[in-house]
Structure formats: structure tokens, C-alpha cells
Design a protein around this ligand. Structure first.
Ligand SMILES: *[C@@H]1O[C@H](CO)[C@@H](O)[C@H](O)[C@H]1NC(C)=O
Ligand SMILES: *[C@@H]1O[C@H](CO)[C@@H](O)[C@H](O)[C@H]1NC(C)=O
Ligand SMILES: [Zn+2]
Length: 420
């Protein structure tokens, strides 16, 4: 009896404190209002990787309505008003030169199955228009981003096929070099540079991504790669989950000079909430995350900032941002700091929508261009798990052709007595 009285009192207290916080925080009320008008589009969430590590992708054994071992589930998504999510099709660098491509296809598959299994919550999205359509239907637009060029096994055909499967961004590297691009660890000095940025094949890949309309994600690459891509990409670029280097000098974050170039190109930096990138320490608060938003806005303007929480990809998140349901806390904090409604809406989703539609326009402008079918030189990808089919034949045909051409020219020269 006594315990019931006590718990009843606790419940009453709990209800009144909850009611009073939301009623008394006009910034939160405003934040939720803005989030019902403009979709929150988050750049990076690793729920698919959690589905693999916790359930080996056996979705039938999981209920996303009640799952409690992840930072993302359906009630948390609803509470956090997650309008659109780039779900990460990530597989570790360890799989490079082994089964990375298969594992990545399986991660893409699990996102498709998630959308099929929970059609009332998720809608697969492959365009800026799809995002808005899902938002109008009160569903979370579900986009796919592949995290790490190792997932392609250095193949433009694989890139194109993944695009066909709905992939709309590729993070050029994860935390390992590929045969054509250097990763951020090179900038820490813990790994040697192999390509001084991008190799010639890496540059072919950038051109092909522009042609396809796939966003180029510069999270995880070296500064040299960032600058080379900013020099050559026709479409704006994204950092799907990186923060500001000036606030926390971690090599996964974006330095100011790059930030300015991202702005000039019309791109965005989507702020990562991982404590280690927010404060360069193990702990962080909501205000520390807001400092990154403020800084990116100051240096790159309100058009250069977005959200890229990295939920379910990281273990340490700021107090008050422990799972996806808490994201409105950041939005309220930005309003408290004087961000205008328009600036908040830009950060929530309008900036990403602008970037994606610009990439779509670049693609449409390049319609007449043929797919690039020149493969990476075999010498650059030789490894025991790779066969050389095609290369040897193409090489043989090529050298036969060259020989025939040389003979013809020599014969002509003999006959006509001229060398042209
Ligand atoms: C979406 O939710 C809003 C607010 O709850 C509601 O007014 C609207 O009718 C819903 N739209 C659809 C298509 O379900
Ligand atoms: C980018 O282009 C500028 C101007 O042409 C050049 O000075 C710079 O070295 C280039 N940067 C990289 C990383 O290629
Ligand atoms: Zn990452």
C-alpha cells in the first residue's frame, strides 16, 4: 500500500515535470513545429550495421518497434521526428579484398527489407522528390549511402550497379586506403600516403559519380582528397558525418579552409555527434554540439550545415543526445542561440535537398555522356582474391591490334615512300 502511494506520487511528479518542461520551453515547442514543416534529413545512421552484428540481418527475429539494444528504433524515430535518413551500407575495412562487395549488397538488401517490413514507417527514397513525398505521408524517407570505397572493389560497374540499387552517396573511403584513394588516417601520420590523394582511377570515379548523380561524401578522406574532389566535382559535395576541426582538432573533422570551399561549391557539412569528434574527449553536452553548428554557420554560412548524428555507429554520445529521439534538443538549442526559423530549416533539411537536387541537375545535364568503361589498371588491384578475366584478353587484342597497325603503317611507308 505504502509503496503504491509512493509510486503514485512519483508518477504524478513525473507527469507534471514532463508536462511542465515541454510547456515551459518555447524553444522546444518551436523546434517541433519547424520539424513538422521541414524534414530533418540526417546524413548517417548505422542501424543496418547493428542489424548485422546483433541479428546477422535476420529481420524476422527483430521487432523495430520494441528493439532496445540500439540507439534507433521506430518509437525513437517518431519522437525524434526523423524525416529522412541516409542509412549506412557499411562493412568494415577488414573485408577489403575479401567479401566486401557481397557484404555491402547484403547491407543494401537489409535496408530494402526494412522498408518492406515497416511500410507505415519507412519509404525507400532515391531522389529529392521522394524525400518530400515521404515527408508528406508522415514516413521516414530512407536513403542509402555506402560508407567506404573498399565496398566497390575498384569497379565502376559495381558503382553503377549500386546506384541502380538505390545508393545515393558513396563515402570515398572508410578508415583504410583503397587502391585509388587515401583515408584520413594518412593525415594523422599513422599510415603512409599511397596516392597523394586520388589516383587517376579515383578521378575517373569522381567524374562517373557526377554523371550518375551520386553524391560524393568526403567524410573519412584526407585533406588532399577533399581538395582534389572540390577542384574537379561538377556537383556539390557532402560530409555526411563530420564536425568542425576548429572546435575539435580531430582529423575526421573539417578544417575551415575546406569548409569555405565546400560552401563555395554549394555543399554541406553534416555535424557528427560522436563525443570524440565533438569535444575531442569522452564526454560532451548538447551545447558542445551546438558550438559546431554555430562555427560551421559562421565560416560556411547557414547554407553549409546539416545533421549527421552517426547514431548506432558510435558508443559515446553527448548528455541529452543519447538516441535519435533526442535530436530535437539540438534544434531547440540552436533556436535558443538566436538561429532564425529559416536558418534552422536550412540545417534540418533544406540544405541537403538543395545539394541532392543540384546533383540531380548535373546528372541530367550529362545525359548524353557515355558511361566510363575503362577499368582500373590490373597492376593497381593485383591480389590473390582477384582474377584477371577480361584484362588478359583485352591486353592481347590490344597488342595484336597495335602490331597490325604498325605493320600496316610500315607497309604503307614502303609502298608510298613516305612517313606521315
Ligand atoms: C500526417 O500527420 C499529420 C499530423 O499528425 C496529419 O494531420 C496528416 O493528416 C498526416 N498525413 C497523412 C498523409 O497521413
Ligand atoms: C586545386 O586547383 C587549384 C587551382 O587550379 C590549384 O592551385 C590546387 O593545387 C589544386 N589542389 C589540388 C589538391 O589539386
Ligand atoms: Zn564513419
Amino acid at each position: 500500500m505504502l509503496s503504491e502511494v509512493i509510486s503514485a506520487a512519483f508518477v504524478a511528479l513525473w507527469i507534471s515535470s514532463c508536462a511542465s518542461t515541454s510547456a515551459e520551453d518555447p524553444y522546444m515547442t518551436r523546434a517541433l513545429q519547424l520539424m513538422s514543416e521541414t524534414p530533418l534529413i540526417d546524413g548517417h545512421n548505422d542501424l543496418p550495421w547493428q542489424l548485422r552484428t546483433q541479428f546477422n540481418n535476420e529481420l524476422n527475429k527483430v521487432d523495430l518497434n520494441t528493439l532496445e539494444t540500439t540507439q534507433t528504433n521506430i518509437p525513437k524515430i517518431k519522437k525524434g521526428k526523423l524525416g529522412a535518413q541516409f542509412w549506412s551500407a557499411y562493412v568494415p575495412c577488414e573485408s577489403q579484398y575479401k567479401d566486401a562487395v557481397r557484404q555491402t549488397l547484403e547491407q543494401i538488401d537489409v535496408v530494402h527489407r526494412m522498408c518492406q517490413q515497416y511500410p507505415e514507417t519507412f519509404m525507400l527514397a532515391i531522389s529529392s522528390q521522394d524525400i518530400m513525398e515521404a515527408f508528406r505521408m508522415n514516413k521516414t524517407a530512407s536513403l542509402i549511402g555506402v560508407e567506404g570505397g573498399h565496398s566497390l572493389d575498384s569497379s565502376l560497374g559495381t558503382l553503377r550497379t549500386m546506384y541502380q540499387l538505390g545508393v545515393r552517396y558513396l563515402t570515398l573511403t572508410h578508415s583504410c586506403n583503397t587502391p585509388w584513394a587515401d583515408n584520413w588516417l594518412v593525415d594523422t601520420g599513422s599510415e603512409p600516403s599511397q596516392h597523394n590523394g586520388l589516383s587517376p582511377f579515383g578521378k575517373q570515379l569522381i567524374v562517373e559519380m557526377n554523371r550518375l548523380g551520386m553524391l560524393i561524401d568526403l567524410a573519412h578522406v584526407t585533406e588532399a582528397v577533399m581538395n582534389q574532389v572540390l577542384n574537379m566535382s561538377e556537383a556539390p559535395v557532402i560530409f555526411s558525418h563530420s564536425s568542425a576541426y576548429s572546435i575539435c582538432p580531430h582529423k575526421r573533422n573539417v578544417p575551415d579552409d575546406v569548409l569555405i570551399r565546400v560552401k563555395d561549391k554549394g555543399g554541406i557539412v553534416m555535424v557528427n555527434f560522436y563525443n570524440d569528434y565533438v569535444t575531442c574527449s569522452k564526454t560532451a553536452k548538447i551545447s558542445d554540439v551546438a558550438d559546431h553548428f554555430d562555427h560551421i554557420k559562421k565560416v560556411g554560412g547557414p547554407g553549409a550545415v546539416g545533421f549527421g548524428g552517426d547514431y548506432d555507429g558510435v558508443k559515446r554520445l553527448p548528455e541529452g543526445l543519447e538516441d535519435v529521439s533526442k535530436v530535437p534538443n539540438v534544434v531547440a538549442e540552436l533556436l535558443r542561440r538566436g538561429w532564425s526559423d529559416e536558418e534552422v530549416k536550412a540545417a534540418l533539411g533544406n540544405n541537403l535537398l538543395r545539394v541532392l537536387s543540384q546533383a540531380e541537375r548535373v546528372r541530367d545535364g550529362l545525359k548524353a555522356k557515355r558511361p566510363d568503361d575503362v577499368p582500373i589498371p590490373f597492376d593497381e588491384v593485383k591480389n590473390p582474391c582477384r582474377t584477371s578475366y577480361g584484362y588478359s584478353n583485352a591486353g592481347a587484342v590490344h597488342s595484336l591490334g597495335t602490331l597490325a597497325l604498325a605493320l600496316t603503317l610500315a607497309l604503307q611507308a614502303l609502298i608510298t615512300g613516305t612517313v606521315s
